[in-house]
Each structure stands twice: as structure tokens, then as C-alpha cells.
Design a protein around this ligand. Sequence first.
Ligand SMILES: Nc1ncnc2c1ncn2[C@@H]1O[C@H](COP(=O)(O)OP(=O)(O)OP(=O)(O)O)[C@@H](O)[C@H]1O
Ligand SMILES: [Mg+2]
Length: 308
Amino acid sequence: MRVAFVGKGGSGKTTISALFARYAASQGAPVVAIDADINQHLALVLGLDEQPEPLGAHLEEIKELLRGSNPLISSAAAMTKTTPPGRGSRLLSLDALPYTVATPHGLRLMATGPFAEEDLGVSCYHSKVGAAELLLNHLVDEQGEYVVIDMTAGADSFASGLFTRFDLTVLVAEPTRQGVSVYQQYRDYASAYDVSLAVVGNKIHSPDDVDFLRSHVGDSLLTWFEHSSAVRALEQGRPFDLIDLEPANTEALSRVLKQVDAQEKDWERYGRQTAEFHVRNAEAWGNSRAGTDLSLQIDPGFVYGRLG
Ligand SMILES: Nc1ncnc2c1ncn2[C@@H]1O[C@H](COP(=O)(O)OP(=O)(O)OP(=O)(O)O)[C@@H](O)[C@H]1O
Ligand SMILES: [Mg+2]
């Protein structure tokens, strides 16, 4: 199952991604976290001193790996970030995801690599996130195992099909007008593509804060995290164990996990959307750049959701 954390800058995407990844791992589940944020902070919060190998630096190798012996993809160079898997492609189980490093708390981390704010919307950013999108397109993950994606703030994930690659998208929202300002945009995209969206409040101080959130997002409010002194300790570099987390916040993590588990994997929809975004990408710029019709890369006989 895949869960992505999105929201305004500073809302707590990285913090909650890290807490959730650690929580799921503490339940004995296999977990891979992906840092797809502008500022690559997830490694630090997950207790690593060094960054994993950035996916963006290995885009060609990743394409070569995933292409496998798919006869519809003539070369790695012919692959775009939206090229879907087909018969012969290399499909990956969670434990086969490349370029991950083990963190001290029983999960693995992958990172797109850093990019600058001004890269957003340009090809350098897209090729980095594109590496993650390709890997997700070729991943066959199961119930009870988790990919946790710390997304970049803002709407850039809508520029590609990336936002349809998750089983659940969690919008992290502070109880402020700024905090809820992107909700409507996400909700509109989510409903147009049949994407599951839940809102999780963060840095909550009082019942009034919860009321504020509820008045803006209604029943989409799944749960909320209180302002946490344990998280502050983590941020200050002091030792942090999940057991130190306030019970209400641990309960919130458990709610998010239950919601992820409650999602039904719909591989048929997944395949349809993969093809849809590929055609759109091909028509927008891929075909003219490649000089061929990239939509011919779609294998109509391919069945999603099965390894090998
Ligand atoms: N529940 C919480 N209690 C206390 N502090 C929190 C909580 N959630 C997040 N913070 C703090 O708020 C700050 C921003 O959090 P974080 O870095 O997770 O946000 P972000 O959405 O990933 O930001 P960016 O958009 O910059 O990537 C950090 O200092 C973090 O420690
Ligand atoms: Mg962050």
C-alpha cells in the first residue's frame, strides 16, 4: 500500500511521513519511505547521517532495469517517466526496490535527490520525481507492506500522473487559513481521478483548532496530531523513540494506518490511469521529442498487480 503526505510548506509532511513510517515498521510491516520533497529532510528525521543515493542521478539505470525485455520499449532512451510496464518489463516487489538505505528503525529510505525551488516545473525536477514515478509504476506492492512518500508542497505532483500512484493521499493541514487553502484544489483533483484523499490536522492546540479544520474540510478530516514536545525534541536532535510520543499522537498514527489498510487496491484503475497519463504526456511533448508515437508503448494485454 502506498500513502503520500502532501500539504503546504512547513505543515508537517516530513515529520508525519517519518512518524508514520516508523510506526508501521514498529508493527512489523515492511516499509520503504521515499523522500520526494524539495528539501531532503526525511533522512535526518529518520535518524540517518547520510542521504541515500539520489534516484535522479540514476534515471538511465532505472529505465534500463525496468525496461527488461519489453519488446515495445526499444531502448532506455525511449522511456519517459510515464512509460507503463508491459509484458517483459521488470516488475518489482517492495524488497526489490533499488537505491534504498536501511534506517536505524527497521525501514528503508529512498530519495529523489535535492532540487531547488526554481527547479519546480522544469525538466530537472521532473526527471528526479520521474525516477520515483517510474519505480512506482513498476512496483507490485501488497496489503500489509507500505510505501510512504514525503511529497513536495504545492500542486506540482498534478503535473504528472504521480498523484494517482498512491492508495491514499494524506493532506497535512495546520489549523490556519493557509493550512487549509490547498484542500479544495486537492479535493477537486482527487475526485476527478477517483483518488482517495484524507485530511490530517497537525500542530493542534485546542478543540477550537479541530473545529476550525472540520468547518473547512468536513468529513474528510480523518484525525489530527497535537502539537508535540516529543517531536520538538526530535527536531532538536535529542534521542526520540516512538514510545515518547504523546498517546493521542500515537492513536492518530494508528488511525492513519487503519485508513491505509482500508483502501482497496484497484489494479485495473491503476493500469487505466497509467495509460491515460502516458498518452497525455506523449501528446503534450513526448512524441515530438522522441520522433515516434510513444502511445505504442502501451501493452493492452498487460495485467497489472502480478509479479512475473
Ligand atoms: N505535531 C507537531 N508538533 C510539534 N512540532 C511539529 C509538529 N509537526 C511538525 N512540527 C515541526 O514543524 C516544522 C515543520 O515540519 P516539517 O518539516 O515536517 O514540515 P514540512 O511540511 O515537511 O515542511 P517543508 O514544506 O519545508 O518540507 C518542523 O520544525 C517540525 O519539527
Ligand atoms: Mg518536508
